[in-house]
Design a protein around this ligand. Sequence first.
Ligand code: ADP
Ligand code: MG
Length: 289
Amino acid sequence: ATPTAIMAAIGNATKHGFLVREGDALERLSSVTKITFDKTGTLTYGTPEVTAVKSVSDYTEEEIYFFAAAAEQMSEHPLGKAVVRCYRKKPAACEDFQMRPGEGVTATVCGKVVKAGNLKLLKETLLSRTLAAGAGRYLNEGSTVIYVAVDDRPAGYLVLSDTVREESKDMITELDHIGVQPVLLTGDHQNAADAIAAPLGIREVHADCLPEDKLKYIGAYQEKGNAVCMIGDGINDAPALKKADVGIAMGGTGSDIAVDAADIALVDDEIRELPHLLSLSRRMMTTIK
Ligand code: ADP
Ligand code: MG
């Protein structure tokens, strides 16, 4: 595209809420055939509510919530932030906080080692299957479950429900119309992934993704000749945003690390504008020479 066409396209993109780092990104976007979406915080608002707390141990539900909120207080993940926000009290002090991307967090609370996250995080914990069995009902509804282990024993779990962005459905339909295939890449459980993808009309779904799995799927699409655009908001999405031909970060609620890794930032998280950006990039390329 000519410099003039690029400048005009960048200007238009800005009006529609996209901060484009360099014109090359729009050129690459024009040939994109697949768009991979992160789920939490991208297709959903990413501000889930804690809807239930369950114990599978001698700890009370209040104690489970207490441990989870303390362990999550430094978490940057939307799920961790939701736990702390919904807890409403001041979380107890914690030490040795560790973030495990795509899995959860670990920390020491009141001298006990607390793990809060998915089954991957609790893999070495005995009985994690028993823990999962009780949570099955919530997972089937599309809720997300944060399992809590205390001193490597399953203690209980928190149930969180997120809401799909109002604009997601129309946006996916429009992408289909312009011949771009949507894909869901999520670290969440298969049932939670399907519960979001099916009503949106996303047919390709990869659940239980670690950050490196998201990267792997994008690489595989690229090897098959696709130019891939990735859209995400989290630290865990950063490697995928870099790997994709075009990375777009949710600039409003997304983490700074995701924004830094991306070519384009969507300033106010208005994902309804995505199809417009794709069409714009294609038009930019046809006004060459
Ligand atoms: P996505 O944004 O696609 O849902 P993530 O990679 O951000 O995927 O998260 C994957 C999964 O890792 C979550 O669904 C959750 O099970 C777990 N997880 C990540 N961070 C946390 C956290 N701070 N607390 C509890 N669970 C977490
Ligand atoms: Mg996310």
